[in-house]
Design a protein around this ligand. Structure first.
Ligand code: GLC
Length: 549
């Protein structure tokens, strides 16, 4: 294990952590080939340390044909040559630890890439062979696939092999699903966890955690469901099945054992798109440490809706002694600065292609985004930030169709643009061929507006979004972490309206969802997402932290 890992501890560090998601392809390009890399992350660690994050979560960095942005893994124990080497990763882990930043990596256990040696062997092997048994190959009915299951990215979930059998892929055809009833598959993943723990990583984000287990009798589905919606169908043949919990407990056993041997807490967080009543099962004491809570990825700009989302998440975590998690954006959704610029009710996935694009009010979006950030950071539990949100980056909704890379575009029959607009490489400097991302044209083009939003420009501006995040994280650490449970306090000005006011001990977070200013509670104003009005009130669509004693 890395010698410089954060001090040996069992502090359950993840319970209050601010975790920053790095999408390695788009973070920083040290070797100037147009694609981000591990050395780029190393070079930009000072940015993350100054920002004040506790950990970074790195989206998949493994060898991969990148047919789903790296969520198609060809080798789970290596780094993609596009991104660097294992040695670079080791150095990154050490350097991050030296700055007090922990590392969470992404594990993709539901499927591999079709370039994974196991799948190459399976395709070359006969039906019924042990090689095929690591995946889910089945005979169809003539030209019809074995079941009517639909892939998340569109089209049938089965692809026919030249020999006639079909293999299952809940996502793209380049992502064949593993057979989790196969003991070799289970042993392989236990060993993958061990490998990365021994390299010093501190946690794992588990992709499609509600997948993995399938109904091995392969029935048809009577009701179609999409992955980015809660799986509400009872006894669904491939989402949220009871058998998945045995697998999770097995992994937890590995992490607990290694944690005990190495005197530290190694955590795992689930990407589980399940119905709210199912979620606590994933958080039992011998399962996940945390699960993402996706409510804020879809919640509209509306006080009661936000309040409900908060109450629900805290309640669900409380029932199992876990702590809630919060996120406004990630690499799969339209950036929240843009979502908040759209009228409530807009289907933002469809809006990317269909428009009309002039209904987006960018200033309103940024105002609301800054306020929502203060709300999230005042809540108990941990917060996941997505790279670039600290710069207030908008979604790049107008990427030319010919540069789109997300499989969603083709697999939806070119009816959905997909997720590239939130994956555009970050701007670090106001100019240059890639705004400081690297010295070559980036793999997705950046809009001109990125120069003014670059980190260097914002660092020197006390009113910038970057300065707001930096101040908020420092104050959060000082005041909110460790503060008591959340209570709602009706703000005197607008008792039952579009104003949320929450209290934890002597700290208040007040969020004004309305457009008119409201009075600020008495006390010391620690931070506000917008300057108070001339008469000292909190402007519309903004938030403030107030210390009351
Ligand atoms: C998860 C990832 C997403 C990926 C999918 C398939 O939902 O967040 O980016 O496409 O899994 O691995």
């Amino acid at each position: 294990m890395s010698s410089s890992s954060p001090a040996a501890d069992h502090s359950e560090w993840w319970r209050n952590a601010v975790v920053y998601q790095v999408y390695p392809r788009s973070f920083a390009d040290a070797n100037s080939d147009g694609t981000g890399d591990v050395n780029g992350i190393r070079q930009r660690l000072p940015h993350l340390a100054t920002l004040g994050v506790d950990a970074i979560w790195i989206s998949p960095w493994y060898p991969s044909p990148l047919l789903d942005g790296g969520y198609d893994v060809a080798d789970y124990r290596n780094i993609s040559p596009r991104f660097g080497t294992l040695d670079d990763a080791r150095q990154l882990i050490d350097e991050a630890h030296a700055l007090g930043i922990r590392i969470i990596i992404d594990i993709v256990p539901n499927h591999t890439s079709w370039e994974h040696p196991w799948f190459v062997e399976a395709m070359a092997a006969a039906p019924g062979s042990p090689e095929r048994d690591r995946y889910l190959f089945r005979d169809g009915d003539g030209d019809s696939p074995p079941t009517n299951w639909i892939a998340v990215f569109g089209g049938p979930a089965w692809t026919r092999t030249p020999g006639g059998q079909w293999y299952l892929h809940l996502f793209d055809s380049s992502q064949p699903d593993l057979n989790w009833t196969n003991p070799e598959v289970r042993a392989e993943f236990r060993s993958i966890f061990e490998f990365w723990c021994n390299l010093g990583v501190d946690g794992f984000r588990i992709d499609v955690a509600h997948g993995l287990a399938k109904d091995m009798s392969f029935p048809d589905i009577s009701e179609s469901t999409a992955v980015l919606e809660n799986a509400k169908v009872p006894d669904h043949p491939h989402w949220d099945r009871d058998e998945v919990h045995d697998i999770i407990r097995e992994w937890r056993g590995v992490l607990d054992r290694i944690g005990a041997e190495q005197h530290r807490d190694v955590m795992m967080v689930a990407e589980a798109w399940v119905a709210p009543e199912s979620l606590p099962k994933y958080l039992r004491s011998d399962e996940y440490h945390q699960s993402f809570n996706f409510d804020f990825l879809t919640c509209e700009w509306d006080a009661p809706s936000m309040r409900d989302a908060i109450v629900r998440a805290i309640g669900a975590a409380d029932t199992v002694g876990s702590t809630p998690t919060w996120a406004l954006s990630n690499h799969d959704v339209v950036r929240h600065t843009t979502r908040y610029g759209l009228p409530n009710g807009t289907d933002w996935r469809a809006w990317l292609l269909d428009g009309p694009h002039d209904i987006c009010d960018a200033e309103q979006g940024l105002r609301r985004a800054r306020a929502a950030t203060l709300l999230l950071l005042s809540l108990p539990g941990s917060t996941y930030l997505y790279q670039g949100e600290e710069l207030g980056l908008p979604e790049v909704f107008d990427l030319p169709l010919e540069v789109l890379d997300d499989p969603v575009w083709e697999n939806s029959g070119r009816t959905r643009k997909g997720r590239d607009g939130c994956r555009v490489p970050l701007p670090w400097t106001p100019d240059g061929v890639a705004f400081g991302f690297g010295d070559a044209p980036p793999w997705l083009p950046q809009p001109a507006i990125f120069g003014a939003l670059s980190a260097t420009v914002q660092r020197d501006d006390p009113d910038s979004t970057l300065s707001l995040y930096t101040a908020a994280l420092a104050l959060r650490r000082r005041h909110w972490v460790g503060a008591g449970p959340l209570e709602w306090s009706d703000h005197f000005d607008r008792p039952e309206s579009q104003v949320l006011c929450l209290r934890r001990d002597d700290l208040l977070c007040i969020v004004n969802f309305d457009v008119e200013p409201v009075a600020l509670p008495a006390g010391e104003l620690l931070l506000a997402s917008a300057a108070p009005t001339a008469d000292g009130r909190l402007p519309g669509e903004s938030a403030a932290w107030v210390l009351t004693s």
